[in-house]
Ligand binder design. Structure first.
Ligand SMILES: C[S@@+](CC[C@H](N)C(=O)[O-])C[C@H]1O[C@@H](n2cnc3c(N)ncnc32)[C@H](O)[C@@H]1O
Length: 374
């Protein structure tokens, strides 16, 4: 079955996420193409299964499955819509193609059908017009037609991003979508014990809960962060009426974790660590170099403890920042030391060694890495 995945605004991260989830679900696939923010795969699975796993995605805007046919798009869509339930047919097409839509409408009208073409400008309007429920939104790409089976839960992300009890504009918040993607990139099953040792206001832990993890642990050096995380996590549990959640949130430096956690008790660590002072872009090179060195020490010291608390084969998904100085990146050099501690760097499923999350206006790039305890 051919599936089309519409990629988010960091397409290389989204492709890695799709492949990580398929691997976790033991679904075989063949990559057919990546073009214009569409990722097309031949997937050895069923529509039901893909529909069920799709809400896990953080970086995918919509998912469609191909309507198999040797005909041209117009005929494929007319044939498909004709067989749908009686009553008024509503449909839409992306990317917008008014000519194709008008021709489909004409053909269906000639067949005696009552039909409305909805021009959808974004996924919210596909949802609003209930075109996901009626499975009558189509992506037409390279003469193939895909019917949409999943649309990202924009409302849910907005709630968790802006309407949770506490947001943190000083330490900064990782976007919930990226937090979710990072958890998925681990490839770990949801029964894993997950720790965020730089938990801030609890964004990663809340996404873990939303994904269905039910044993979460968070720690941070800041009493305010611990208070905020506790509030946000309680809100998440109550709002979604989550049962059987085990959560432990406590004040600790990363180097002190062994005072609170048993050795080899954690399967997965996902973290956006402290990344230095916020930058305004005019810092001299020496300041950035010094910051990079200080952070390297913090990360290496932290990984020493991570090694002890992780189970064998435990996974770490970790952001290492890099800083823009003119046209060059100043990097935090800690990878060799981390490897010496007993970790290997794993490539992501799309073959990338690391994944850079960066917007052109930002002075800090977040590079995502995957480590495994060996
Ligand atoms: C970038 S913020 C994490 C934000 C978090 N991902 C979120 O979305 O809320 C980094 C956090 O690391 C914490 N931190 C700094 N140094 C630490 C240390 N040595 N041990 C533990 N936490 C530390 C800070 O208090 C801050 O909350």
């Amino acid at each position: 079955m051919q599936c089309i995945f519409e990629l988010g605004h960091q397409p290389h991260i989204s492709t890695a996420e799709v492949l990580a989830i398929l691997k976790r679900e033991k679904i075989k696939y063949e990559v057919l193409s990546t073009k214009n923010d569409y990722f097309i795969l031949d997937v050895k699975s069923t529509e039901d299964k893909i529909e069920k796993l799709s809400p896990d995605f953080g970086g995918i805007i919509q998912v469609g499955v191909q309507i198999e046919s040797k005909e041209f798009p117009q005929k494929i869509i007319v044939d498909y819509l004709q067989t749908q339930e009686s009553g008024k047919i509503n449909f839409s097409i992306s990317p917008t193609n008014s000519k194709l839509a008008i021709n489909i409408k004409k053909e269906l009208k000639a067949l005696g059908k009552s039909v409305r073409y909805v021009e959808t400008k974004n996924t919210a309007s596909i949802l609003h017009n209930k075109l996901l429920e009626s499975k009558s939104h189509f992506t037409v790409f390279q003469n193939s037609v895909y019917k949409t089976i999943f649309i990202q839960d924009i409302e849910g992300f907005t709630q968790r991003d802006y309407y949770r009890p506490v947001t943190d504009n000083i330490s900064g918040m990782l976007p919930p979508k990226l937090s979710r993607t990072m958890i998925n990139l681990s490839g770990c099953n949801k029964d894993a014990v997950i720790l965020d040792p730089f938990c801030g206001s609890g964004t990663i832990l809340n996404e873990a809960l939303s994904l269905g993890f039910n044993h979460i642990i968070g720690s941070d050096i800041s009493p305010k962060a611990i208070e905020d995380s506790k509030k946000n996590i309680s809100w998440m549990i109550e709002k979604n009426n989550l049962k059987n959640v085990k959560s432990k949130i406590f004040l600790a430096k990363t180097t002190e974790l062994l005072n609170y956690l048993k050795p080899q008790s954690i399967e997965l660590i996902v973290a956006e660590p402290y990344m230095g002072k916020p930058l305004h872009g005019r810092e001299p090179n020496t300041v950035l170099e010094q910051q990079a060195q200080d952070l390297a020490k913090l990360y290496i010291d932290s990984f020493k403890t991570f090694y002890k608390i992780l189970k064998a084969d435990g996974i770490i998904i970790f952001i290492i920042p890099k800083f823009k100085f003119g046209n060059v990146w100043i990097t935090v050099n800690c990878l060799d030391e981390i490897k010496k501690l007993g970790f290997e760097i794993l490539n992501f499923e799309n073959g990338d060694r690391s994944l850079l999350y960066h917007r052109p206006t930002q002075f800090v790039g977040r590079e995502i890495w995957k480590f495994r305890k060996i």
